[in-house]
Design a protein around this ligand. Structure first.
Ligand SMILES: [Zn+2]
Length: 343
């Protein structure tokens, strides 16, 4: 392993060479010196680069959160099977991005409690999660034309199978952003405003001028086969739309529905403790004021069940997975359909 000398320096050490011809496998080493067991060590985050010559560069990442699995499986398969003769340009694949979190099957890194998607633009002198975000921001994203960061709901939540779009305040590239979601063609595309979160890779990509897609592919701490198949076809369509694949096709999409999820009244919150029984499923439409479930007392059979109402009508786009709740837990979220022309 020949280490790269980076200037300005980072606290990662890596043999990544983005210009290596053909298919190459490298590691971004997160340096740790944390416990008596690990006085000094490196956590080697895997990177596969498939270089097919001139053309755009695409970064594909999964495992930003370690307990989200559909994207990890898609990218592990792609990293093993894709050959340079099928690529126009360059595809950088990182299927286990926050490797310590992936190994721990955890949303955050056990090393520093770091949530990678709240760590951008990162910190070269920070803990491993922040050092990794810094490396990506300074040494990977500036080389990229496009990026896709594949998320699912974690262990505690499940989404409709969807692409994910962050609407930036200045609206730069919004047509290209929307076109990428249409090409990907997941059944739904959720639209968030950046002002709800600007420490994610979405903002780092925007600032680097990278057209970026993310997703929420079911979740619940497991692998949903229907969504896995839909996302595999969607990713193939997206890479074809960006012009980096040759001779790899997927079935046509049935289209995507854009759903705005910015309304503060879109979350349904548990009004008290109990066992939640849902009355509506993911993807169902609800009306304003409708009963979307009931809370049952688990230790008082005489206590009547409490109906839970939705404040605002729309489509159920995500739900909490564990049914036992306390007051204030979110139970589900509702979004409102918008036309692509409004994005
Ligand atoms: Zn995630």
């Amino acid at each position: 392993m020949t280490l790269q000398r980076l200037d300005p320096p980072t606290r990662t050490n890596t043999d990544l060479d983005l210009d290596a011809p053909g298919r190459s496998v490298a590691r971004i080493g997160l340096v740790q010196s944390t416990t008596p067991d690990v006085e000094y060590g490196v956590i080697p985050v895997p990177v596969v680069v498939i270089n097919g010559g001139a053309g755009p560069t695409v970064l594909l990442t999964a495992g930003t959160h370690g307990d989200e699995y559909e994207g990890q499986i898609l990218l592990q398969n792609l990293a093993r099977s894709l050959t340079p003769d099928r690529v126009t340009g360059r595809i950088i694949i990182m299927p286990a991005l926050n490797l310590p979190a992936v190994l721990a099957s955890s949303r955050v890194s056990p090393l520093d409690n770091g949530n990678l998607n709240r760590a951008y633009p990162g910190d070269p002198d920070g803990t491993p999660t922040y050092a990794l975000a810094d490396y990506l921001t300074r040494y990977v994203l500036p080389h990229c034309t496009f990026a896709a960061d594949l998320h699912s709901g974690g262990k505690a939540s499940e989404y409709v199978p969807c692409g994910f779009m962050t609407r930036m305040p200045h609206g730069r590239d919004s047509a290209a952003q929307a076109a990428a979601r249409v090409a990907m063609g997941m059944p739904y595309t959720l639209v968030y405003d950046e002002n709800t979160e600007n420490r994610a890779i979405d903002t780092a990509c925007d600032q680097a001028g990278v057209i970026m897609v993310s997703s929420e592919l079911s979740g619940g701490g497991t692998v949903n086969l229907y969504t896995l198949r839909a996302a595999r076809d969607g990713l193939t369509r997206l890479l074809n739309h960006w012009g980096v694949l040759r001779g790899v096709d997927a079935p046509a999409t049935a289209g995507t529905r854009f759903i705005d999820v910015n309304n503060a009244r879109s979350s349904v919150i548990a009004p008290g403790p109990g066992l939640f029984e849902p009355a509506v499923a993911l993807g169902e439409r609800v009306r304003s004021g409708e009963v979307v479930g009931w809370l049952h007392s688990v230790d008082d059979p005489d206590m009547p069940s409490t109906p839970v109402h939705v404040e605002m009508g729309g489509t159920v786009i995500t739900r909490r997975v564990p049914p036992l709740v306390v007051r204030g837990n979110y139970l589900m979220s509702i979004g409102q359909e918008v036309d692509q022309s409004e994005l």
